[in-house]
Ligand binder design. Structure first.
Ligand code: SF4
Ligand code: SF4
Length: 355
């Protein structure tokens, strides 16, 4: 039976929860090479809750330092296209300082490994991911328009440097296949320990929504499927409806069934938690949820002219060239767009929404 810890915490006392996580999930670390991977989606302020909070990273680095590892590397591959240029994200989010000198640009050195040929025959993975003896994943408690939640399993998407994330969005082509592809990325290297920042979470149209929620928790587990099941339950979403959890169970990676998970702490759904439009609401209320998730693909991005600065970032990052600038505002070709959410994720002004 998998275990998931739910521990009350604030950013001022997060170390207590981290110590408890290591007591419950004692990963052998002495003399081993450790990768600590926060969710560093993109350059943003820590208070925007787009990334793992630096207090959580700092507490984990401090803890691991006391356990005599051979080496510690802190790193992630943010965004979609910034191959080898990760420092800006780590610096602006405060994750660089919180790395206590252990930061490494893991996008600069990668290995080619076999992948599911339904999507791509091979992918390049940051070398340290494949070489680390221990991987500690630090996901953020957030919603995601395409996968409903972005938690333990989705955090592994950052194993892939550069444009491959967008290429896989394109290869997946629709939300159901995207869910399945995520599991294939997750199992490239299943992390040994997950410590999730759920002190301040994100609801609504994540993963870069402005709707934040004080939750006051740190979660931990040594099984990402079990952790994501608990995250879904906290968000008020039935985990059995999520295709990526179904596929993970089919592959023997864990179980989302509440009867197969020992929760250490208090699991109470967060009252009135806002799931993403369509994906989330469908998962709660509609028995034909998979069909509705499929229909997510009909959503198309629309820029808010009040917020859009015409910077062109979304146009540059669209993996299928579905966006072009018309009168200084991006316009989508609906016949080409694959609803991959990359433009919404990358817009620095939060001007892009899927409608
Ligand atoms: S990235 Fe955002 S601000 Fe820049 S052009 Fe696109 S919608 Fe406008
Ligand atoms: S327009 Fe946006 S949602 Fe559509 S394919 Fe391009 S990046 Fe993805």
């Amino acid at each position: 039976m998998s275990k998931v810890m739910i521990h009350p915490a604030g950013y001022h006392n997060v170390r207590e929860a981290v110590d408890r996580a290591f007591e419950l999930f004692p990963v052998p670390i002495a003399g081993r090479k450790v990768l600590i991977k926060p969710n560093a989606l993109r350059a943003s302020e820590a208070g925007e809750a787009v990334t793992t909070h630096p207090s959580v990273l700092r507490a984990v680095v401090e803890k691991v330092q006391t356990l005599s590892p051979a080496s510690i590397v802190v790193g992630d591959n943010p965004g979609m296209f910034n191959y080898g240029a990760n420092e800006e994200t780590f610096t602006r989010t405060g994750l660089m300082e919180a790395s206590l000198g252990r930061y490494q640009n893991i996008g600069l050195d990668s290995l080619k490994v076999d992948f599911n040929p339904d999507f791509m025959p091979a992918v390049s993975v940051s070398k340290i991911v494949m070489e680390a003896d221990v991987v500690i994943s630090l996901p953020k408690f957030k919603t995601h328009g395409l996968t409903v939640i972005t938690g333990a399993m989705k955090n592994c998407y950052g194993y892939l440097p550069g444009a491959q994330k967008a290429m896989l969005h394109k290869a997946a082509g629709n939300p159901a296949r995207f869910h399945e592809m995520l599991v294939d990325v997750y199992r490239l290297r299943v992390p040994d320990l997950f410590i999730m920042d759920a002190v301040v979470g994100m609801e609504g149209n994540g993963p870069a929504s402005t709707e934040l929620r004080d939750i006051g928790l740190i979660l931990a587990s040594d099984n990402g499927v079990a952790m994501d099941s608990v995250v879904a339950a906290l968000m008020g979403c039935d985990p059995s409806r999520l295709r990526f959890l179904q596929k993970a169970r089919e592959l023997g990676l864990g179980d989302f069934d509440p009867g197969a998970i020992e929760v250490i702490g208090d699991l109470k759904p967060i009252p009135g938690f806002k799931l993403p439009p369509l994906g989330g609401e469908a998962n709660i209320d509609n028995p034909h949820v998979q069909q509705l998730i499929e229909s997510r693909v009909v959503l198309r991005p629309q820029a808010d002219p009040e917020l859009c600065t015409g910077c062109g970032t979304c146009v540059d990052h669209c993996p299928v060239s579905a966006l072009s600038m018309k009168e200084a505002i991006p316009v989508v070709d609906p016949g080409v767009c694959i609803s991959c959410f990359c433009c919404q994720e990358m817009c620095p002004e939060k001007a892009m929404a899927l409608k």
